[in-house]
Write a protein that binds this ligand. Sequence first.
Ligand SMILES: [Fe+2]
Length: 190
Amino acid sequence: MKLENPDVRYLKDIENVVFDKEWLKEAPNIELYYMYRNLERRGSLRYDITVIPAQMLGSEFVKTKGHYHPKQYGELYIVLEGEAIYLMQKVNEENEVVDIYAVEAKKGNYVVIPKDYGHITINPGPESLKMANWVYDGFQSNYSLIEEKGGAAYFYTINGWIKNDKYSNVPDLRFEVPEVEEPKDLSFLN
Ligand SMILES: [Fe+2]
C-alpha cells in the first residue's frame, strides 16, 4: 500500500497536552506524526494508517493528542510496526475519570477502543510506530476535554506514569493485554 500526502501533526498542534512544559518553552515546532486516511473501506468503516516516529517530548514519550468519539463509536487498532501503548479513559458527567487503563501492544496485535472511552496512543519504543485503525467514517473526534485538562489523566515519561493533577479523583491505572487476532465481532465500531 502506497502511503502519500499525510496529514501531519506538529508539536504546536498538541502543545497544550505535553507534560514537560520546561522543554516546550525552547522546543522547535517539530513534526510528530503522520496520518494517512481512508486507505480502505468496509462499508461505512474507514481504514487509516498513522506513523509516529520515536522521539521524546522532553521527558515524555511521543504521543497522539488524544480524543473522544461520540459515545456509540469504538475503534480497532492494529500495530503494523514497532510498539505502542494505548491509553483509554472513561469519564462521568462531571468529567471525572471513572476508569483508565493501558494496553501495551506490538507488531501484529489488535487493540479495541471500547465505546465511550477517550484514547491516546504513545510510542514508548526506540523504533517508529506504524499502526492502522478501523473506525466509522461519519463522526468528528472531540478534543475539548483532553485540551481543557492538558492531556489524558496520566502521562508516560522516562520516570514512568505520572498522574495529571488537572483531573480529580483519578483511579489507579490498570493494564490489559492486546488481542492477537482480529476480533470477530466488530459491532463496537458503529
Ligand atoms: Fe479515535
